[in-house]
Write a protein that binds this ligand. Structure first.
Ligand code: ARG
Length: 481
């Protein structure tokens, strides 16, 4: 049985069902579909389109469907094209003629848009929570890093020493921007499409404002065509997750480098490393590598879905069904990646003596020597030339830089102190810079930000009190075909 058997005389071909059905993946919208249907039923009752008793019968049937889905007793039928069809079919089996009133004034077009916004709101809320957890770990590791320092790099060439805390917080600020983007995306998507019908609204006296309020939306759609055709929120969510994935990837790449024998800056905890099936000595950074690798997949989801949207005429087109799989996968992979990365960072042992050794190479203080000359009146370009010449001399003639500095008439013994271990980084004193003073201030500022971010995440969680993970609804018995 299909929803359109009144119009089309013959059974839909089996291969058409196989190609067009979305039940295999949109089953996870069951919980949101039920929430949306309950609000719709109460709206119909308020409008007088359903008698109170009829509404009560429908609500009871929806509860029963929820229980059947949760227990696995729900049996999907071959005609269940998607989760919306399956729920309506079962409600009608349970509630008979009253069940047939569930879809009054509603289309699957406004229904699926509503379900997906509810899903997205909740899923991005959970991602935001995981981002804040990672930010918390980065802040803790930064605080405990104290005055430890390592080489800062440009072009992956040692450039200037920076505090380890500064380096960790650099990643943390990127995640703070991710969090802000997620919150803004949720605020923008929090608009109810229900009441838009198939595309043009309805002749029935619906109550879209009341339904929107009941679902925790900030308001209802302004334009019914836009309400059913708009998937900007999916594209935005995919972008937010892709960029977040890229931040995880860049962090992952550094842990791959740092945990190599060549760098030796980090030792991963055994629980967050993997071994080799053949090489007994290996300890591999697979979590960090997959953080890098999965970013490609997330970017692919974004590019693929933008391509799906491009050129679609108004309003609903079946192409839009392609919104779900990339979105679900992006959410799943991001949650898994964030949790694994959080544990990896929480447990990694930073090899600070090795980092410092690498950062104490004599040339690390080159710009400090130049700035020392600037403070004594030499134009910077000239100072740059003097120190660059000394570095080249030192390399070419194999003479230690310190000796050349001491012997230089403009530098001498006083400037030699700059080459002492730890001195260069301690002089990085400008706001937002890499030395101890500004980093302490930065950590304070980051903690304030983190407290604010935690509040924002709680506000999102309050919109959807039930968690997605571990929520049994969305189960049920698979279709036998
Ligand atoms: N499964 C469909 C989707 O995900 C639901 C909407 C179907 N609407 C329609 N007119 N065929 O987009």
């Amino acid at each position: 049985m299909t929803l359109w058997e009144g119009r089309l005389g013959r059974q839909t071909a089996e291969e058409v069902m196989a190609y067009t059905a979305s039940l295999g993946f949109d089953r996870r919208l069951a919980v949101h579909d039920l929430i949306g249907s309950r609000a719709h039923v109460r709206g119909l009752a308020r409008s007088g389109l359903l008698a109170e008793e009829e509404a009560a019968i429908l609500l009871a049937a929806l509860d029963r469907v929820e229980a059947e889905l949760a227990s696995g007793d729900f049996v999907f039928q071959p005609g269940d094209e998607d989760i919306h069809t399956a729920v309506e079919r079962r409600v009608t089996e349970i509630a008979g003629d009253v069940g047939a009133k569930l879809h009054t004034g509603r289309s699957r077009n406004d229904q699926v848009a509503t379900d997906l916004r509810l899903y997205c709101r909740q899923a991005l809320g959970e991602v935001a929570q995981a981002v804040v957890a990672l930010m918390g770990v980065l802040a803790e590791r930064a605080a405990e890093a104290g005055d430890a320092y390592l080489p800062g790099y440009t072009h992956l060439q040692r450039a200037q020493p920076v505090l380890l805390a500064h380096h960790l917080l650099a990643h943390a600020w990127a995640f703070d921007r991710d969090l802000e983007r997620l919150v803004q995306t949720v605020d923008r998507l929090n608009v109810s499409p229900l009441g838009a019908g198939a595309l043009a609204g309805s002749s029935l006296p619906l109550d879209p404002d009341g339904v929107a309020a009941e679902l925790g939306f900030a308001g209802r759609f302004a334009n019914s065509l836009d309400a059913v055709a708009d998937r900007d929120f999916v594209a935005e969510a995919l972008f937010d997750l892709a960029l977040l994935g890229i931040h995880l990837s860049r962090l992952g790449e550094e842990l791959v480098l740092w945990s190599s024998e060549e760098f030796g800056f980090a030792v991963l905890a055994d629980e967050y490393a993997t071994g080799s099936s053949m090489l007994p000595q290996k300890k591999n950074p697979d979590v960090a590598e997959l953080a890098r690798g999965k970013a490609g997949r997330l970017v692919g989801h974004l590019a693929g879905f933008l391509t799906t949207l491009k050129g679609l005429p108004l309003a609903y087109n079946r192409d839009l069904q392609e919104d779900k799989e990339p979105l679900f996968d992006a959410v799943d992979q991001t949650l898994l990646g964030l949790r694994a990365a959080t544990g990896m960072l929480d447990s990694v042992a930073f090899q600070t003596s090795r980092m410092q050794q690498a950062a104490d190479g004599p040339a690390a203080a080159a710009v400090d020597l130049a700035e020392w000359l600037v403070q004594r009146g030499m134009p910077f370009r000239q100072a740059h030339g003097v120190v660059g010449g000394l570095v080249r001399d030192s390399l070419e003639r194999g003479v230690p830089l310190a000796e050349l500095v001491q012997a230089h008439p403009a530098l001498g013994a006083e400037a030699l102190e700059l080459l002492e271990p730890g001195v260069a980084v301690s002089r990085r004193s400008t706001p937002g810079g890499a030395g101890p003073g500004p980093v302490a201030a930065q950590l304070e500022r980051f903690r304030e930000r983190l407290a604010l971010d935690r509040e924002r995440v709680q506000r999102l969680a309050a919109l959807d009190p039930k968690r997605l993970q571990g929520d049994p609804v969305g189960g049920g018995t698979p279709v036998a075909r």
